[in-house]
Design a protein around this ligand. Sequence first.
Ligand code: SAH
Length: 344
Amino acid sequence: MDIKSLSLEEMEPLLMELGLKKFQVKEVFSWLHQKQVESFDEMTNISKAGREALDKKFYINFLKITKKLVSSLDGTIKYLYELRDGQMVESVLMHYQHGNSLCISTQAGCRMGCKFCASTLAGLARNLTPSEMLDEIYTAQRDSGEKVNSVVLMGIGEPLDNYDNVLRFLRILSSKEGMNMSLRHVSLSTCGIVPMIDRLAEENLQMTLSISLHAPNNAIRDQMMPVNKRWNMDELLTACDRYFEKTGRRISYEYALVGGVNDSVDAARELGRRMHGKNCHVNLIPVNEVKERGFKKGSKESIRKFANILEGYGVTTTVRRELGSDINAACGQLRRQQALEGES
Ligand code: SAH
């Protein structure tokens, strides 16, 4: 059994069955999530018999760093991790003035099929467990010697397609006996699985919800994102309004500008009209060119112009700074490359 995926409440009866006292369960939890040990033997305040019983019933998950790339432009670090069964995922550690942010994966692969994304090219292999998501953070911290101050669920995978594990991960991450990270420092990004957005709203977490919008209307979004055929933009945007009403958290919309596809003046105006009056934030991203996808980045001028038009509609707009552009830091590119190298 995977002990690092258990919340403190879940751990309690299981460990007490093995003869541990209630206060010791807390200690085990903090060994795992604060001191982040890799073996039961390191839990020196637990008796030898207790440690042996734990070792018999549970394993402590760990990730292996298969590749580490450091950007010479901005110090961004990209990790390619190997999971226990040989699957690979990526995390990216970015340095900002306000602290260090880690972008983590939530699935090995993805089944959402977005046309511009490298993560989905080979489909979904499997969901990540809570411990694997936590270990993306713990391993990056240990290796880099830097503290992770905020976490974005924007790596490989669709977090709302792995709902239960992601929620469990968030609970452990924010528990005071664990890393004690405020969920205000966490963003979850989704391509728009509407029923799960409603479910998430009910959890009433103080997390930021990011929506990968990428288009001003259904005609364009249908071409880019198959999920739009299941839940269209109107359904998505009304679910987002409900989310805001319920949680009071401002939604962030991601818009990757693809030259000749969604970056025209008309597209900007249409988006401006739709977003006008919403309490939201639009983040424009120059699309990362993925070899297999054939999409091209919009020009710097077209991005600036797009932003100006949106601002003209009173929409708060930012243009994302590109980090780690020399190390293939975009979503899924390293995992993809490794898989291709394995084939040849
Ligand atoms: N599945 C989730 C989270 C993972 S993708 C989602 O769709 O939001 C994280 C973000 O990277 C999303 O906004 C996604 O649309 C964007 N993205 C994927 N491929 C990209 C590319 N080639 N260039 C720019 N952004 C990309």
